[in-house]
Write a protein that binds this ligand. Structure first.
Ligand code: CU
Ligand code: ZN
Length: 193
């Protein structure tokens, strides 16, 4: 019964509003809305600095909106030779030295880990590892379709106030839940804009 009454009242209010009989109420609504800051625009590009467990520069990650999604460009430095798993994690926190507070993989779609997983992948997974050479540098770029820089998107990197990028010590096998057996977290950067 309560719901029924609420619907009737709502309809009556809507009809009155349409008829221009709600001047007082609509003015109040405008006053209430006025002090609110306009929502910040979606940035064209977001750059994240990565830091190692000891606070040293470990490279950068750049997110840029492109036609097919978001282009993620990863530059690693001072990193151990070999392949490294890199993911977007769900929390906008990078507490050294273990970066555990970054949480699990960014996963608003509620899937499982890895591009080679039939029930995958997490929104924050990368399609492959980043190879670091003998010069301890690595570079890779991917276009992800499961993330967005738009704050209002359901897969926004600003969901929950931001996210983070985590680099792991080993390769990600792209299929083992929850994180691809990639080992310890060796570098991290907060994604916030
Ligand atoms: Cu990770
Ligand atoms: Zn994952």
């Amino acid at each position: 019964m309560r719901a029924g009454i609420a619907v009737v009242c709502g309809m009556a209010a809507a009809m009155m509003f349409n008829a221009g009989m709600m001047d007082g109420a609509s003015m109040k609504a405008q006053e209430a809305a006025a002090p609110m800051a306009a929502p910040a625009a979606t940035p064209k590009e977001v750059k994240v600095d990565l830091k190692s467990s000891t606070g040293a520069d470990a490279g950068t990650v750049t997110f840029k909106t492109v036609k097919k999604g978001v282009k993620v460009t990863i530059h690693l430095q001072d990193m151990a030779f070999g392949p490294h798993g890199v993911h977007i994690h769900q929390n906008a926190v990078c507490d050294a030295p273990d970066f555990k507070t970054a949480g699990g993989h960014f996963n608003p779609d509620g899937k499982h880990h890895g591009y080679m997983n039939m029930t995958g992948h997490h929104n924050g997974d990368m399609p492959s590892n980043v190879m670091v050479g003998e010069d301890h540098k690595g570079e890779a770029s991917f276009v992800l379709t499961s993330i967005s820089l738009d704050r209002n998107a359901t897969d926004s990197l600003m969901l929950n106030g931001g996210t983070s990028v985590v680099v792991h010590e080993h390769a990600d096998d792209e299929k083992t839940d929850p994180a691809g057996n990639a080992g310890n977290r060796v570098a991290c950067g907060v994604v916030k804009y």
